[in-house]
Design a binder for this molecule. Structure first.
Ligand SMILES: [Zn+2]
Length: 70
């Protein structure tokens, strides 16, 4: 087994496609910009879901109270 070049091949976390892990790649550890966007998007949406706590009783209670205003 010989290693011609010092290129580390790593699987893309998003698509699993092996690609050279290079400092020239601004999207590492992803293989491309698209995969980075996908992963970030998934991460962001997941965080958004966690951040957006369902509080159905909090909003209507504040809005629905016409008798008190009149
Ligand atoms: Zn990828």
């Amino acid at each position: 087994m010989t290693t011609p070049k010092k290129t580390l091949m790593v699987p893309c976390p998003s698509c699993g496609e092996p690609h050279p892990y290079s400092t020239d790649n601004p999207y590492r550890p992803f293989c491309s910009k698209g995969c980075q966007a996908i992963d970030l998007g998934a991460w962001a949406s997941e965080q958004y879901r966690m951040a957006a706590k369902p509080n159905p009783e909090d909003l209507p209670e504040d809005l629905i109270d016409p008798d008190d205003i009149r």
